[in-house]
Design a protein around this ligand. Structure first.
Ligand code: DHB
Ligand code: FE
Length: 280
């Protein structure tokens, strides 16, 4: 059976694409952020994933406000990036792992998750930039399955529901009849608010407690409603549900292999965690 070898959870910010393009990763503003990925690169060299399940939120490239699925799973042979209006270069296309897509879709539907199935799907910065942070040469050595969670237009799925989705993704992957090595990548958060009176809002105390909870008490954040999470982490900070889903996929116990936290990248508190499942 397939194996989940770990989860990487990270923030996604369009400006990262600009920094990569301008090759300014070593400048003082960016260095504390990009340096966080060195440990992940070294881990990837030995962990050698074949497939990445990318849990992220689309921001209007593939789904616009008129049609907003709560949970959607890609089942395409290829996923392309396109200009979202941020002025950052697009990245090379990603090859889809369609066999896992359909296995995931069937398994999740059988567990009562009513999904939108996407046989054509464009992927935005929330998918492409974390992938480029993991594989800076952008010669993707992995196939992918996109899993999208709506955090753009209310009503949003609860944090508890997102954790359960992650648990179900974990069960589905572990029942996929191959010997492939699967990495889960969850992107979004941590605290940030891009608009309104609280634009620029960041909550470091909450972020650090949240990161700690993922190994000590992984459902801790699921006690909060979406509105409470927005209050605590900002309108876009609620993207942290992607971290909960990725953590859920690892099963009951996980350990942190690497952690980084840096404020700010653009308007965002940038977090990074690499976790491995712990047997038993
Ligand atoms: C920023 C953060 C995001 O999560 C996003 O999707 C777009 C922009 C920012 O901080 O600039
Ligand atoms: Fe975002």
């Amino acid at each position: 059976m397939a194996q989940i070898i770990g989860a990487v959870t990270t923030s996604h910010v369009p400006a990262i694409g600009g920094a990569i393009h301008r090759k300014v990763q070593h400048e003082p503003y960016w260095k504390p952020f990009f340096d966080g990925f060195g440990a992940v690169h070294r881990w990837l060299e030995t962990a050698r994933p074949d497939v990445v399940v990318v849990i992220y939120n689309d921001h209007g490239l593939n789904f616009f406000l008129d049609t907003m699925p709560t949970f959607s799973v890609g089942a395409a042979a290829e996923y392309r990036n396109a200009d979202e209006g941020w002025g950052i270069p697009t990245v090379p296309a990603f090859q889809g792992e369609q066999d896992l897509s359909w296995h995931l879709i069937q398994s999740l539907m059988a567990e009562d998750f009513d999904l939108t199935t996407c046989q054509a799907m464009q992927v935005d910065h929330a998918f492409t930039l974390p992938m480029a942070l993991l594989w800076p040469d952008q010669a993707w050595p992995v196939k992918v399955v996109p899993v999208c969670i709506n955090t753009v237009q209310l009503p949003l799925p609860t944090a508890a529901r997102c954790y359960k989705l992650g648990e179900a993704i974990g069960r589905a992957v572990r029942s996929w009849n191959t010997d492939q090595r699967v990495l889960v990548l969850g992107t979004g958060g941590l605290s940030h608010q891009l608009d309104g009176e609280r634009a620029g809002f960041i909550n470091k105390d909450f972020d650090l407690q949240f990161m700690e909870s993922l190994t000590t008490d992984p459902t801790w954040a699921t006690q909060y409603s979406i509105h409470e999470l927005i209050e605590k982490t900002g309108t876009q900070g609620v993207e942290l549900v992607m971290w909960l889903a990725a953590r859920g996929a690892l099963g009951a116990k996980a350990r942190a292999v690497h952690t980084n936290y840096h404020i700010p990248i653009s308007n965002t508190a940038a977090g990074l965690m690499l976790m491995e499942p712990v047997a038993g």
